[in-house]
Design a binder for this molecule. Structure first.
Ligand SMILES: [Zn+2]
Length: 250
């Protein structure tokens, strides 16, 4: 039993050199144990009582190499969000500050970013963060759709947000008597703005060309220039956008 040393809390997440270990009290547990949640990509160290969490933490540290092997087989996910963490939303840093009040965005103390206040009681609620990002995505995409459609001379389509794993956006061109519609993943709000804007422009260009032929790409390049770096970014980093806030309800 540890009489001195750091105090640990139920639910606390330890960073062991990039490995995430969540401490958990389970009154039914007979002893200290360690397991890996492969879906969430975190380890869980269980102790029967709060006082024995220090032992659970020490045990996790002593098994760091074993944990690294087990966690290497899982899809890496970002650590759970905590108060004071920062997320870049369309390149603007949002600092998360739960305060148990209504969720709202406020100017930060330095003029560089914004504070997302009220995203939980005293812990960050991922569902509230997602809602705030989706609200911002709807506003930003709407402005960009309007901009690109004006440049293309196309009527503005309806816009919806999606959270699909297999595609970043889709488009249904206008047909007899109906306006076109565009769907874009809200997760692109977490990508660099230029990448998100490329996807919006891509779907807008489909309003005129429902294919990926030379005329389609000519429209895209008129709107956002060379598309190759943006497509390369999505191939390389796209999966990481799905890892952020992955297990939260939407
Ligand atoms: Zn396309």
């Amino acid at each position: 039993m540890s009489l001195f040393g750091p105090r640990y809390a139920d639910g606390q997440v330890l960073d062991l050199g990039g490995l995430w270990v969540r401490l958990k009290v389970n009154a039914r547990a007979k002893r200290i144990s360690l397991r890996v949640d492969k879906v969430k990509g975190v380890a869980i160290a269980v102790a029967p009582t709060q006082r024995r969490l220090a032992d659970a933490a020490a045990f996790a540290r002593s098994r760091q190499a074993w944990l690294a092997d087990r966690l290497a087989e899982t899809t890496p996910v970002d650590p759970p969000l905590a108060a004071g963490d920062t997320l870049a939303v369309f390149d603007v840093p949002w600092t998360l500050q739960p305060d148990g009040r209504r969720p709202r965005l406020e100017a930060g103390s330095d003029t560089a970013g914004l504070r997302l206040m009220g995203c939980g009681e005293d812990e960050v609620d991922p569902g509230l963060v997602i809602r705030a990002i989706r609200r911002q995505a709807a506003v930003t995409y709407d402005q960009r759709v309007e901009f690109h459609c004006a440049a293309l001379g196309a009527p503005k389509p309806s816009l919806a947000l999606i959270d699909a794993r297999t595609r970043w956006g889709s488009c249904t061109p206008a047909g007899s008597g109906r306006v076109g519609s565009i769907r874009v993943s809200w997760r692109l709000a977490l990508a660099p703005f230029e990448v998100a804007d490329y996807v919006v422009a891509h779907e807008c260009a489909h309003l005129l060309e429902a294919n990926h032929g030379p005329r389609f790409w000519a429209h895209v390049r008129t709107l956002v220039g060379d598309e190759k770096p943006h497509r390369a970014w999505l191939r390389r980093h796209g999966a990481s956008l799905h890892a952020v806030l992955a297990k939260a309800p939407t």
